[in-house]
Design a protein around this ligand. Structure first.
Ligand SMILES: *Cc1c(COP(=O)(O)O)cnc(C)c1O
Length: 353
């Protein structure tokens, strides 16, 4: 693949690492590539970061044909920059594309786009504790017509944003509300695809939880509203007795790479890990009889986020006295150790640039 690189003549000043936050500041460049049926993917280019100009009838604006990914570039202590399991993100992007009838990208091309772009923006990878360069690849339908049909024209873009530590004040357990009204996804729908529409549909429940003082919702399955699915935009895990339980991927759950990595770490260390159906009744029983030891969400942004309280139908349950559990902390330390290159990567997950 040929990638044309047009460097900015007007580089921005790098931000103060203490003011980064999440996704507010963008780097100097962006990667773009177009798709049409005659040429396939073409015109791969890295150009100065700029606004897009799209037709008002563009498919994405009317019919929501959009998918995305989220991953990070990490600055190691030796100054080098590395990615974490980037091929997993590329494969998931293509699975999402397949579900939404968007064109897929050959893995090698997507990886080359990503690595060439990160190399161009390498100096934007911050080095302060817990900071990283967040990468947001996204792909959307861009036909200039209101007819409803599968997409013929698409754009693939990667932008990057230096982000601060998710836990500037240390890891504090979050309060979660079990949502029994809205559902995020149903089997046969788009739950396993990382598409923007899933987020649009989940905002209302998130708002309601926030009004009650809860930071995320825990989603139940869309058919019986009985089985635990995910928490907010993270996968969820529970330590019940000596078994780590995480909902199995039934089609309505996003297959998180952090989830997969937690499972692989735990299995390697000899823990009993079950990917299975977990009903909210089983969970409340475990909370009542004290066998629920720990609960945590997992995803790229937070890595691991301990759950300190669960609310279900006006009944409050405190998990592990509202403190981060030992296993949760261990997973956090193991994953961040590998991601920032502080501990040896015995899994072969890191990808050095
Ligand atoms: C992205 C995402 C996750 C976490 O996936 P990771 O690959 O671990 O970042 C979980 N749930 C939803 C709904 C997501 O969009």
């Amino acid at each position: 693949m040929q990638i044309r690189i047009e460097k900015t003549s007007n580089p921005k000043a790098k931000p103060d690492p203490s003011t980064l936050g999440f996704g507010k500041i963008f780097t100097d460049h962006m990667f773009l590539m177009n798709y049409d049926p005659e040429n396939g993917w073409h015109d791969a280019r890295i150009v100065p970061f700029q606004n897009l100009s799209i037709h008002p009838a563009s498919t994405v604006l009317h019919y929501g044909s959009e998918i995305f990914e989220g991953l990070k570039a990490y600055r190691r202590a030796d100054g080098k920059v590395q990615l974490f399991r980037p091929l997993e993100n590329i494969r998931r992007l293509n699975n999402s594309a397949e579900r939404l009838c968007l064109p897929q990208i050959p893995e090698a091309d997507a990886l080359e786009a990503l690595t060439t772009f990160v190399k161009t923006e390498e100096a934007w990878t911050p080095s302060a504790e817990g900071t990283s360069l967040y990468l947001r690849p996204f792909l959307f339908g861009n036909d200039e017509s209101l007819g409803v049909h599968t997409v013929h024209h698409a754009l693939f873009i990667i932008i990057a944003s230096p982000v601060g530590s998710y836990y500037p004040e240390g890891i504090n357990p979050v309060r979660i509300m079990i949502e029994d009204q809205d559902v995020r996804a149903v089997r046969g729908g788009t739950g396993y695809a990382k598409c923007g529409g899933n987020y649009a549909a989940s905002n209302r429940a998130g708002e309601r939880a926030a009004q009650k003082g809860y930071s995320q919702v825990l989603w139940l399955d869309g058919v019986e509203r009985k089985y635990i699915e995910e928490v907010g935009a993270m996968n969820v895990m529970f330590l019940i007795g000596d078994e780590v339980v995480t909902p199995k991927l039934t089609g309505s759950i996003l297959p998180g790479i952090t989830r997969k990595s937690c499972i692989e770490i735990l299995q390697k260390e000899g823990y009993k890990v079950s990917e299975r159906l977990l009903s909210v009744d089983e969970l409340s029983q475990a909370m009542k009889d004290g066998t629920l030891k720990e609960a945590w969400g997992c995803g790229t942004a937070a890595v691991v986020s301990p759950i300190g309280e669960l609310l279900y139908k006006d009944q409050k349950y405190i998990v592990n006295e509202g403190k981060i559990g030992k296993l949760t902390q261990h997973l956090y330390d193991t994953l961040t150790g590998i991601q920032w290159g502080k501990t040896p990567d015995t899994f072969g997950w890191t990808y050095q640039l």
